[in-house]
Design a protein around this ligand. Structure first.
Ligand SMILES: [Fe+2]
Length: 403
């Protein structure tokens, strides 16, 4: 059930909260641009067309759904501001021409969306901390006993996943349903042909090396899919074996080091697609992607490295030998102990990690020695990001309420 304070929002084009930390000292316009001078000395500028497009009056906006009801073509191509007023409640009142349309703007909302001074920072934009085992020998670890009811610790745990790519709960319940309960606290679980929640344990007639006692080379899961799961949970229900240590590698750290040390190999690995194909008798998932995916700014966005699910390479003839040579450099780095975080699972341990950044694997173990049972599932990165934004929104709601 929604917190009552969350429903008492000012009129803004969303359901967020905008505590007013600075008041407006002056507001003026030349018709084309609104200029606000704030009490802390900052000057903010907004185009008339931007303000008109973001007006949240009932003629432009559905106040119940907070969705825009006018298409860009419903509004005039040329918009100007003819009147400006700072109202007693601190809001800015504007009249737009040629419609003679009045709208009111929340000052806190205007301040936070001031695109003339760098724009709004995304609440989910946590700075990434790339690591080797020198800086990060163990996963950032949180107390699993209270995580389901401690909001501050839950947010800190998710923030660690966003920054380091992984975090561990220790001392969480070891019951088989905990992975699902905890995942559902974050967001929607992503189903796949391996099941919504799956077991990692030795199983007769295993359809994957994951379900044996064999070593698993570092990899990411479901790289054969168009949209590779963003997050993975592994929760230890039982472990009485001595071996089988988990291995986790910061693929972004490896890729950034490769970018510096071997720029031509990095270029090939970020531009030439591998063909990846699953090995199932009853499904046929395939995808083509470079092993390292860059975003439009050239930043590393995801790792798609899983050599045991590669199909035949299908690239221009002249690239084959150079691409295999570049791939050897990447895999040599994945063997380097300084990138390999190794740790054992205790019953009740839960790992949440970014499946498009962190490569995971395990050492072999002796199945005759004991049982090793993990339960796992996938979510998308956007579930974590939504949860972080909601935590920030709740903090703003408390600030707006003066608590
Ligand atoms: Fe895996």
């Amino acid at each position: 059930m929604a917190d009552d304070s969350m429903t008492k929002v000012p009129q803004t084009p969303d359901f967020d909260f905008y505590p007013v930390t600075e008041t407006i000292r002056s507001a003026k316009t030349d018709g084309h641009v609104l200029t606000l001078q704030w009490s802390d000395g900052l000057t903010s500028r907004y185009h008339a067309i931007w303000l008109r497009m973001n007006a949240c009056d009932p003629e432009t906006f559905n106040p119940d759904t907070r969705e825009i009801t006018r298409s860009p073509l419903d509004l005039p191509a040329q918009v100007s501001i003819t009147q400006v007023s700072v109202r007693s409640d601190g809001a800015i009142g504007l009249r737009f021409l040629p419609e003679d349309h009045d709208a009111r703007f929340d000052p806190g909302w205007l301040r936070l969306h001031d695109y003339s001074n760098g724009g709004r920072r995304d609440d989910a934009a946590v700075e990434k901390v790339l690591w080797t085992t020198t800086e990060c020998a163990e996963p950032p670890t949180f107390d699993g006993a209270d995580i389901m009811k401690d909001d501050a610790m839950f947010t800190a745990f998710l923030t660690a996943v966003a920054s380091h790519g992984l975090a561990r709960l220790r001392g969480a319940p070891a019951d088989p349903d905990f992975a699902e309960r905890f995942a559902s606290r974050i967001g929607v679980i992503r189903d796949s042909n391996f099941g919504r929640i799956w077991n990692v344990r030795v199983e007769p007639g295993a359809g994957s090396n994951a379900y044996t006692a064999l070593e698993l080379a570092p990899h990411v899961d479901l790289a054969t899919r168009e949209y590779q799961p963003g997050l993975q949970i592994l929760h230890c229900v039982e472990n009485t074996t001595q071996g089988g240590r988990a291995m986790m590698i910061d693929g972004f750290r490896v890729a950034e080091d490769l970018r510096l040390e071997a720029p031509e190999a990095f270029r090939l690995l970020t531009t030439v697609p591998w063909h990846m194909s699953n090995r199932a008798a009853d499904s046929d998932y395939r995808w083509n992607s470079p092993a390292i995916v860059l975003d439009q700014a050239g930043q590393i966005a995801e790792i798609r490295s899983i050599y045991f699910l590669r199909g035949p390479l299908n690239v221009p003839f002249d690239l084959v030998e150079d691409l295999y040579a570049a791939d050897r450099l990447l895999h040599a780095k994945l063997l380097d102990p300084r990138y390999r975080m190794l740790f054992g699972y205790l019953p009740g341990d839960l790992m949440l990690f970014d499946n498009r950044r962190i490569l995971h694997g395990r050492e072999a173990f002796d199945a005759a020695e004991g049982r090793r049972w993990l339960r796992g599932c996938y979510l998308e990165r956007e579930e974590l990001e939504s949860a972080l934004r909601m935590a920030a929104r709740r903090a703003r709601a408390r600030a707006a309420a003066g608590t």
